[in-house]
Design a protein around this ligand. Structure first.
Ligand code: CP3
Length: 343
């Protein structure tokens, strides 16, 4: 696996070409995904290793991406912790949201990993099919983001329920976040043991916190999860959406790479964070709804901003959107391969 461009970029080693993958690359913008999805619901796909492996491999076959993110969801490890999860038109929902201190699980149940073993089996199947130099990327949700789903019961604009719980039940909130950190840490370790060559924590909603609150409710638990997986010796990536105001806190994260959303110019992100971390990003996913010329121009703008510095993994600034035309993804792949930048 040491030959992988993606892993070498995570380690900030010199490489001959910029590696590329897309967050949410296995998904509804692909007709071959929609064909599988037409016959199975989303959770069944996650729980059936043959289906999960198939849709994980689809974007690799079509576009030759440099990493294969395992098909699963950040909500999956919440079920063995005792929460009923379902997926509807507007995303995930929790059957009985967590609203009281007594709703916080007392511990990680015995057999936690066995109950989500389908994820590990999916990784093993994907590993068998992939060229050796394409790593499987394991992932999990970061504790704050998962806690917000548990408490809100789904997505939210204001995170009022989450913050109400945190303010009124701080001790229970910290117990919940600690439990989630240990659970996702163990889930990442098990994914590495199954063959994942790198892992990513998604803190999609931590951007709603001020820096001061991020340091109380999010950062310590990102650190705790990252420490659990440290011994596995694979690159650890943290993606935080809407995080430009959190960079001084993110600079302390125990990780090898940080995901940068599209709002910050890549050159600026490298100036602020590039000494310690490889950086991943950051084409605006909505650019892929534009014209091919706009896609090429924006790719060149992102790569020029990087300016040939070591430790860049090309990606979107958030997940690819379902209406994205395939031709624009092909243009993205070609534009990254063709870029002959400065430096
Ligand atoms: O290709 C990949 O990146 C691998 C699979 C993956 C999914 N979800 C599959 C999925 C990954 C890495 C995730 C992570 C995830 N899930 C995040 C973090 C990334 C982010 O976007 O910020 C979050 C917040 C979730 C929770 C979640 N799951 C939401 C908000 C939704 C609904 C929105 C949507 O895109 O439908 C899901 C459902 C989901 N997860 C789908 C897929 C392919 C769509 C399900 C379907 O086919 O109907």
């Amino acid at each position: 696996m040491s030959e992988s461009l993606f892993i070498r970029a995570c380690r900030k080693e010199p490489i001959e070409r910029t590696p590329l993958w897309m967050m949410r690359q296995a998904g509804r913008y692909l007709p071959e995904y929609r064909a599988v999805r037409a016959k199975s619901d989303f959770l069944t796909m996650c729980r059936t290793p043959e289906l999960a492996a198939e849709v994980t491999l689809q974007p690799i076959r079509r576009f030759g991406f440099d990493a294969a993110v395992i098909f699963s969801d950040i909500m999956i490890p919440l079920e063995p912790l005792g929460f009923g999860v379902s997926f509807g038109e507007r995303g995930p929902s929790i059957a009985h949201p967590l609203r009281q201190a007594s709703d916080v699980p007392t511990g990680i149940p015995d057999g936690f990993e066995e109950q989500v073993a389908f994820v590990y089996r999916s990784i093993e199947l994907v590993r068998q099919e992939l060229p050796e130099d394409v790593p499987v990327l394991g992932f999990a949700g970061a504790p704050f983001t998962l806690a917000s789903y548990l408490i809100e019961g789904g997505g939210s604009k204001s995170y009022a329920e989450t913050k109400t719980f945190f303010y009124h039940q701080p001790e229970a909130a910290h117990r919940l976040l600690g439990l989630l950190a240990d659970a996702v840490g163990r889930h990442l370790v098990a994914q590495v043991n199954a063959g994942a060559g790198a892992v990513q924590l998604f803190d999609s909603w931590a951007g709603v916190l001020s820096e001061q609150e991020y340091r109380v409710w999010a950062l310590p638990y990102v650190q705790r999860a990252m420490r659990v997986v440290a011994d596995a010796q694979v690159p650890r990536i943290l993606f935080t959406l809407n995080a430009a105001h959190l960079y001084s806190a993110l600079a302390e994260v125990e990780a090898e790479a940080l995901g940068i959303d599209w709002r910050t110019p890549m050159g600026q992100a490298f100036d602020l964070l590039g000494d310690r971390f490889a950086l991943q990003g950051n084409l605006d996913p909505t650019v892929l709804l534009g014209t091919p010329d706009q896609v090429s121009a924006e790719v060149r703008r992102v790569l020029s901003g990087v300016g040939g510095r070591r430790g860049h993994i090309m990606n979107l600034g958030h997940g690819v959107l379902p209406p994205t035309p395939i031709a624009n993804v092909e243009t993205l792949v070609r534009a990254v391969a063709d870029f002959k930048g400065e430096g």
